[in-house]
Design a protein around this ligand. Sequence first.
Ligand code: BG6
Length: 462
Amino acid sequence: MAIQYKFPEGFWWGSATSATQMEGAASEGGKGLNIWDYWYSQEPNRFFEGVGPESTSDFYHTYKQDIKRMKEIGHNTFRLSISWSRFIPGGEGEVNQEAVTFYNNVIDELIANDIEPFVNLFHFDMPLEMQEKGGWESREVVEAYTTYAKKAYEFFGDRVKKWFTFNEPIVPVEGGYLYDFHYPNVVDAKRAFQVAYNTMIAHAKAVEAFRTFDYPDSKIGIILNLTPSYPRSQNPADLKASNICDLFFNRSFLDPAVKGEYPKELVDLLEEHGQLPEMEKGDAQLLKNNTVDILGVNYYQPRRVKAKEHLPNPYSPFMPDWFFDNYEMPGRKMNPYRGWEIYEKGIYDIMINLKENYGNIESFISENGMGVQNEERFIKDGRIEDDYRIEFIQGHLEWLHKAIQEGCNAKGYHLWTFLDNWSWMNAYKNRYGFFSVDLETKERTAKKSAYWFTEVSKNNGF
Ligand code: BG6
């Protein structure tokens, strides 16, 4: 079959996951507790069907066979995260040798299979003791994270050439401090902005530390969920709402990470409402000096917004949502299982924005995917026929291809995710993998999309 969408030579084909969601072995190998282990022990009812992070997809024990499967379906790259509480139980102090052995084995096995490991340092999984010290509200925790990052570079930096400081750092802000879907379940915007700010400081310190190592052909970046804010209309009130949304949810991390400074409009808005976080002398310079080499873009859904229908209750807690309402565009294409809109062109709009406004920084799609409930109903002859997922990936790749044709600096595409994995409060509700996982036996079975992806990777297009 003729290839209609050919990608540039050396394009990164692969997938992404995170430690807590995939490793399992939560109380094995000397791992300390993280906030997920703890929260689940306190409130198991808040997790879909009461399933917690104890064993997830068991990668800790099956990594060898899983990496073989990655190879078989055409991965040339794969992103994992290091679990801070496994590597340094308690978050500070001694490195856990069992964790070093595990991550060394995984990294070596990937490389032996010609799969380049991309390693992320923080994917929502704060060690419990660090949370007890104040989590990202505390500068002490920022320092402990920096030390953890240095240790990771020291132990694995000879082989890992792509590092990421954080995955979607805004999500713990939203989940933990605004909207009550992550521990510590606080609802307090002022604290949320402090968490966001200190996370950026931790990020910049980890970048700064990375550059003290002599790893000349390595790169460091961050992974952001960039969700374009589309206004309902061109009416100035709708445009204003979408601009504020963009400031809060995209530019709050994108600007400091890539440009080394916060947008003035955002700072002014927070100041006007008495919500500015505490800053320290030297922070601005730190951010300025430590911008990223590479940007991972996670994209699942667009955000559609409109001007507020009603004035916010002045007695309610301050929220970003004081400035906009979500807009349910009639006729929008939905993934009804996850409740997210599917809008493939969003990927193109993000890339064009990076090209035009962010120096065309080197980037890649670090997550994109489709979570579907009860996928067993699509089983035919023992395999899940996930044509909807193939269609989803293909639709996004077509727009990514167009962006590249127009000069965008996108180097790869990673699906979320390789194996069905544990999705935080949603646990195993929505399945995203190229491989399904039987939760009882942990047996893996390739879905139709895995076979399709093998061809795409082999042909470097479709
Ligand atoms: C991203 C995260 O936000 O989306 C993943 O990096 C997450 O950790 C994925 O699992 C899918 O979202 P969800 O909420 O369906 O798990």
